[in-house]
Design a protein around this ligand. Structure first.
Ligand code: OSB
Ligand code: MG
Length: 377
């Protein structure tokens, strides 16, 4: 099947950035903290051919990675956007090379690239899924479940998601909330597709606790150790029967190649924000597919913008495990797109309209905006 991955150049007039505060339907707790309001930056690329939309998926505090929303706003307005606006015309695959001299800040770069990509694809009347190489029109939907008050509360929360039709459950764990929580879910629901995510909360000294999880036949254990513990992850992987999946550590296709070469992971979570954009995410997909390493699409509590783009990415052929590509309602009572992602028979549809394939709900966007700037050439 031919996969066209070049999109037209756009004539860039400027960018609009907004910080949004969107309430979550319930607090989301991980090993690194609790979030009740999603603070996120929405990017609008202003071009001669129309607007494009993107999202910078940083969180309020630098707890998942070193990036955080105020930092992303600062680097985007002070450095990244001015560099992009020096170019009169820009193709989506030129965004990353133009921004490459600026170290790190991958989520900020990814949000800007998505806005340019969306504008370019809309102007050509092509969908992001088609552009990235999607081979499915819907993707299986897993759900990421935060740490609850106690294992009994966790069981009730998981029950509700299973009743909604989610086809895979991921529970967050941390030291002291691992074996008992996992046992409670296994005991209550039997052989459901189940995996755990530690968000870097352990060290190699905790290997005995992590090997205890082997008896639960989990699909995988996600990111037990620190982002740069690439050698320790390889050591741990050799002690576990459960497949080890990396999230935080995979910051680029180079990092993915290194992790696979070292044996640090046998599964990879792909998040476009974490690797600097959807185009780099496809490169991670491609190299994992060449190495027969299964991948799945992670999430960062995306709004309808990133959620639509994630569905397109997750429709690529190497995404053989269900991702954290849930319905909008898993996090939000009100989203900022006119057709928020819904769960249909345990799946989320891949949008087919031009660009990301969803339209912005302008009144919701205004209502959630707490800060706005427009930078023009
Ligand atoms: O580790 O996958 C993670 C949310 C914020 C930061 C990190 C992670 C998560 C999730 C939620 O697990 C995934 C989602 O958006 O559904
Ligand atoms: Mg994770």
């Amino acid at each position: 099947m031919p996969i066209a991955r070049n999109a037209a150049s756009v004539a860039l007039d400027g960018f609009e950035l907004r910080t949004l505060h969107i309430p979550l339907v319930s607090p989301f707790t991980t090993s690194f903290g609790t979030e009740s309001v999603r603070e996120v930056i929405v990017v609008r690329a202003l071009t001669a051919d129309g607007d494009g939309w993107g999202e910078i998926v940083t969180q309020n505090a630098p707890l998942y990675s070193s990036e955080y929303t105020h930092g992303a706003w600062d680097v985007a307005t002070r450095w990244l956007i001015p560099a992009l606006l020096e170019r009169h015309t820009l193709a989506p695959d030129e965004v990353a090379p133009v921004l490459e001299p600026f170290i790190g800040h991958r989520m900020a770069k990814a949000g800007l690239e998505l806005a340019v990509l969306d504008a370019a694809l809309r102007s050509e009347d092509r969908s992001l899924g088609e552009h990235l190489g999607a081979v499915r029109d819907r993707v299986p939907s897993g759900v990421s479940v935060g740490i609850q008050r106690d294992p009994a509360a966790l069981v009730e929360t998981v029950r509700d998601y299973l009743d909604e039709g989610y086809v895979r459950i991921k529970i967050k764990i941390k030291p002291g909330r691992d074996v008992d929580d996992t046992a409670a879910v296994r005991d209550a629901f039997g052989a459901i597709p189940l995996q755990v995510d530690a968000n870097s909360a352990y060290t190699l000294a905790d290997a005995h606790t992590l090997t205890e999880l082997d008896r639960f036949d989990l699909l995988l254990i996600e990111q037990p150790l620190q982002e740069d513990d690439i050698v320790d992850h390889a050591t741990l992987a050799r002690q576990l029967r459960t497949p080890l999946c990396l999230d935080e550590s995979i910051v680029s296709s180079k990092a993915a190649a290194d992790a696979l070469a070292l044996g640090s992971a046998s599964v990879v979570n792909i998040k476009a924000g974490r690797v600097g954009g959807y185009l780099e995410a496809v490169r991670v997909h491609d190299l994992c597919r060449d190495a027969s390493v299964p991948v799945w699409c992670g999430g960062m509590l995306e709004t309808g913008i990133g959620r639509a783009a994630n569905a397109a990415l997750a429709a690529l052929p190497g995404f053989t495990l269900p991702g954290d590509v849930s319905a909008s309602s898993r996090f939000y009572a009100r989203d900022i797109v006119t057709e928020p992602a819904v769960l249909e028979d345990g799946h989320v549809r891949v949008p087919t309209g031009p660009g990301i394939g969803v339209d912005i709900d302008r009144s919701a966007l205004e209502d959630f905006t707490v800060k706005k700037v427009v930078l023009r050439r």
